[in-house]
Design a protein. Structure first.
Ligand code: NM2
Length: 552
């Protein structure tokens, strides 16, 4: 254990911030909840549009970067090969950024939209529009804009780490071209730990959704009662798995678990696709792609501004769904960005951007298209009334009962439960890994200290667990979503800092190239001159010799 490697101010500040948020919630649960809820209503009610604009802005910014000169820049040496093959890279990226929530929302999100449709559609009529949007909107919320948000911090961080060769990936380091020496002060530390708080809340949301899902599955399989003890046992079991994976490191642990995760996920998806309504799933998913492409701008900017005028009724859909989702992706983004940066050595910036957005969105499209449309099909054909189960018994039971409609039901529920555990673990192992990296001054051989990884693995789990027991987990989630608000501005700074640094480097490169071309040109002229001289010399010699012959 090398204590010198730890960046103690950041480490301690991060820990104190976490305790500073969690302890008051435990001591003053009611006052804390009221305060945080008010803040949340204020932020998402008044600044929801900023989240939407940020999402759209980030997406177009990255497309611009990918296809500009900056996109050609290689993260590493010019002739370096990617550290991980594309399949492993895409798999790790997906497993880190996506947790068990995709199994949760992928299966059930449509049922919420089916009852409370978007875009001002009248919810009292179960019309075609309601159904198509129910099948589509989830794909949008887990689509290209969301993945662009994950990618934005990755690009500057990877750039500074691999191209400018800074020894550590940190937000403050990445902002140095703008902030200069301020990066080393208290403000730099605040920027570095801010995202840890957001991550804790985002992870708390993930755990709060994932644990009941896993317990419902286990209850269904074993007949055990869904109690707090069972939930705690499950959480500790999951923690043990991801702590081990983070402890073993990037290649031995995280990559292996992520490969396993993908194999299991592909099996589940293929099974549902083949044994379920294959044609319906294919058609509904294709239809959704068209709907999203047609309405991309409308969906990404829909703010319901005219609700409450002229008797239109406000649905609250944009705040409760799109803005909430963007905020949730946003609080995860610095961590996923750091992780993407870490695994992208040897790729070009364009490959990172296009790969993250395309593979990420495609992966989510498969989950939502296959699992969501399977549930929707059960509802529409009357084979199973998912909506009633959802309303009467809650989402986790509704989800497990959808899986129960598959052939070999119990076996598939088992696969679903194992997959939920692994999906949770693959998100948490990478977050512990990253938390350990940012609380160090330097990482030896690219890997942070093992005890540091374990420390964060347990912290990430124990704090939400405490709140789950004592109440206040919901408040923490809301708090993190609000707490992530400043990230909108940090995103802007990250983009700016990257453009400044990379344009500067490109210009310097250009000058160097031009200089070398001029130098080369000078060299060539010199060579030609020498050759001419030589020729002239030989000609003169020849003339001299022939003259001599003549004279003889
Ligand atoms: N996001 C992708 O719970 C999870 O699956 C982790 C959630 C931000 C909605 C990420």
């Amino acid at each position: 254990m090398n204590r010198k490697l730890i960046d103690w101010p950041t480490f301690i500040a991060a820990f104190i911030i976490l305790l500073g948020v969690v302890v008051p919630l435990v001591i003053f649960p009611e006052a804390g909840t009221e305060f945080v809820n008010k803040l949340n209503t204020f932020v998402s009610g008044n600044f929801g549009f900023l989240y939407l604009l940020m999402g759209l802005g980030v997406f177009f910014f990255l497309i611009f970067v990918a296809f500009s000169q900056n996109g050609h820049v290689k993260l590493g040496e010019k002739d370096e090969k990617p550290e991980f093959g594309t399949a492993s890279w895409a798999g790790m990226l997906f497993s880190a950024g996506i947790g068990s929530s995709i199994l949760y929302w992928g299966t059930i999100e449509w049922a919420y939209y089916y009852q409370g449709p978007p875009l001002g559609i009248d919810p009292s009529k179960q019309q075609l529009e309601t159904i198509q949007w129910a099948s589509t909107y989830g794909i949008f919320h887990w689509g290209p804009i969301a993945w662009a948000m994950y990618c934005l911090p990755a690009v500057p961080m990877a750039y500074f780490f691999y191209v400018r060769k800074k020894p550590i990936i940190k937000v403050s380091e990445t902002l140095r071209p703008l902030l200069g020496g301020v990066s080393d002060t208290f403000i730099g530390k605040v920027v570095d730990v801010l995202f840890i708080f957001g991550l804790l809340g985002g992870a708390g949301t993930t755990l709060a959704l994932g644990t009941p899902l896993i317990t419902s599955g286990i209850t269904d399989l074993t007949g055990l009662e869904d109690t707090m003890v069972l939930r705690t046992a499950i959480l500790l079991g999951v923690t043990a798995i991801f702590a081990l994976s983070a402890y073993m490191g990037l290649n031995e642990g995280i990559k292996r678990l992520s490969d396993f995760n993908l194999i299991l996920a592909v099996f589940l998806l293929i099974f549902i696709f083949v044994t379920g309504p294959t044609l319906f799933i294919s058609e509904a998913t294709t239809n959704s792609i068209g709907l999203i492409l047609d309405n991309f701008f409308h969906m990404s900017t829909w703010t319901e501004p005219f609700a409450n005028f002229e008797g239109f009724k406000e649905t609250g859909f944009p705040e409760s769904w799109t803005v909430f989702y963007w905020a949730w992706w946003l609080v995860y983004a610095p961590f996923v960005g750091l992780f993407i940066a870490r695994i992208s050595r040897g790729r070009t910036i364009r490959q990172v951007i296009v790969g993250t957005i395309v593979y990420g969105s495609l992966g989510c499209l498969l989950f939502f298209g296959i699992m969501g449309n399977f549930g929707l099909y059960l509802q529409l054909t009357g084979a199973y009334d998912v909506v009633s189960v959802l309303n009467d018994q809650g989402a986790p039971i509704a989800i497990i009962s959808i899986i129960n409609q598959l052939p070999f039901a119990k076996f598939m529920v088992l696969i679903f439960v194992v997959l939920s555990v692994v999906f949770l673990a693959t998100t948490f192992d990478s977050s512990s890994y990253i938390l350990a990296s940012v609380t160090q001054k330097e990482v030896e051989d690219g890997e942070p200290e093992r005890w540091n990884r374990l420390f964060w693995a347990f912290t990430l789990c124990i704090l939400p667990l405490t709140l789950m027991f004592l109440g206040g987990l919901g408040t923490l989630q809301t708090a993190s979503i609000v707490g992530g608000f400043p990230l909108i501005f940090i995103f802007f700074l990250l983009a700016w800092s990257f453009m400044r640094a990379s344009n500067g480097d490109l210009k310097a490169d250009d000058k160097y190239r031009r200089k070398t071309i001029v130098l080369d040109y000078k060299k060539i002229r010199e060579k030609i001159r020498q050759r001419r001289m030589k020729k002239k010399g030989t000609r003169e010699q020849y003339n001299d010799e022939t003259n001599d012959e003549k004279n003889e």
